[in-house]
Design a protein around this ligand. Structure first.
Ligand code: NAD
Length: 373
């Protein structure tokens, strides 16, 4: 099979869908890998490293799309790339189908076989391909570092001849994959760490990382899939009452709360922000899905009474060498479901639940049950 890895073309996207490690693996499995020249630049991978791993460098994306049977992407293609897609071509990436349903019709029209990796179930078998987890993990780490860098005081306790500096107080809201990594990162830096979530399992995980749980767990707040459900207005009110006093005493707050398929819950109000000391920092990781913090804006830092509210976009891209390394391995593991050794065509077994869960379009039709019709 011929596998193609174009350079990502969306604004501020530094990741790449393959690394020399995965190229080596594909080649060993009997495939050819075409990499667009410069594709790895944002992830600190030189063209020569791809070449040394067995990839063939291609000048520009159009000839790459013209030859590749399988195209590996990080983000969904731009319109110009859509025009290069060919009938029978397999496209794999984070295609964001809920937010961009219109693109599915184009994949179908162009008779592309498209897979959206975000739709993988969060099961044990899918763990090695779970792009949401791998990217949230590094994003949580990076979020904590960025919040700490914006905080102009010292984070760990320091006892010096000139006096003692108290450790910074860090509060993490939402302890899923990203939140737990943010907690672990803050602990390593010597902060006094507290965290909250609405799922009982998350409370235990917070405590197992050596942080203290603060907040309240509403009844049946976890769904069968292990996610949080939206809180009722009464529960939200109760949560605000419990958190308001705590937030007022914090130096750094990192928020990561999400409810799948919905706007992120609004948890930190402007009043809570104002209650914090001047110089405090809030980082809203949910800023791109509506925001956990009143006043946060995607891609901007907003100041409110001396408190900085950071709303960074695409955190995984800011740590592209690492996030690409993990993403590329997720993709390689996923492709094991489709590429049989030395085979000349992709095998699509819709009886496999991981294939069925991610397959959007095939043979000119939208086949995914969530997006059909
Ligand atoms: P997510 O991104 O959907 O949400 C982030 C966190 O926000 C979650 O912990 C959620 O409970 C929390 N949250 C939602 N509303 C909240 C509110 N109002 N107040 C406070 N917190 C709120 O979650 P995620 O990181 O994708 O992980 C979700 C679950 O999936 C977790 O239970 C995780 O352990 C599980 N998971 C399992 C596997 C696996 O077994 N293979 C892999 C990945 C994740």
């Amino acid at each position: 099979m011929i596998i193609g890895v174009p350079k990502e073309r969306r604004e501020a996207e530094a990741r790449v869908a393959a690394t020399p490690d995965t190229v080596r693996r594909y080649v060993k499995d009997g495939h050819r890998v075409l990499v667009e020249r410069g594709a790895g630049a944002g992830a600190a991978i030189a063209d020569g490293d791809f070449e040394a791993a067995g990839a063939e460098l291609v000048e520009g994306a159009e000839p790459l799309y013209a030859q590749a049977q399988v195209v590996l992407k990080v983000q969904r293609p731009l319109d110009e790339e859509m025009a290069w897609l060919r009938a029978g071509q397999v496209l794999v990436g984070m295609l964001d189908p809920y937010m961009h349903r219109e693109q599915l019709a184009t994949y179908a029209e162009r008779r592309v076989t498209a897979f959206a990796l975000e739709l993988l179930p969060r099961t044990t078998r899918a763990q090695a391909m779970d792009v949401l987890s791998s990217q949230a993990n590094v994003a949580g780490y990076r979020a904590m570092l960025e919040a700490m860098a914006a905080y102009r005081r010292v984070v760990p306790m320091m006892m010096t001849a000139a006096g003692t500096i108290a450790a910074a107080k860090v509060f993490v809201i939402g302890a899923g994959v990203a939140g737990l990594q943010a907690i672990a990162t803050a602990r390593r830096m010597g902060a006094v760490v507290t965290a909250t979530d609405v799922r009982p399992a998350a409370k235990q995980e917070i405590e197992s990382l050596g942080a203290k749980f603060v907040g309240f767990i509403p009844e049946d707040a976890a769904t069968a899939g292990g996610y949080a459900r939206p809180l009722t207005p009464e529960e939200q009110q109760k949560q605000r009452e419990v958190l308001a006093e705590h937030i007022a005493s914090q130096d750094i707050v990192v928020t990561t709360a999400q409810v799948p398929g919905r706007q992120a819950p609004r948890i930190v109000t402007a009043e809570m922000v104002r209650s914090m000391k001047a110089g405090a920092v809030i980082l809203d990781m949910a800023v791109e899905t509506g925001g956990n913090v009143e006043g946060s804006r995607p891609g901007e830092t907003v100041e409110l009474d001396g408190v900085a509210i950071l709303g960074p976009r695409n955190l995984p891209s800011r740590i592209a060498p690492t996030s690409s390394q993990l993403y590329a391995r997720n993709l390689y593991n996923f492709l094991q479901l489709l590429l049989k050794k030395d085979a000349e065509a992709v095998a699509i077994d819709t009886d496999d639940e991981l294939v069925a869960a991610t397959l959007l379009t095939r043979d000119g039709e939208i086949v995914h049950e969530k997006f059909r019709g």
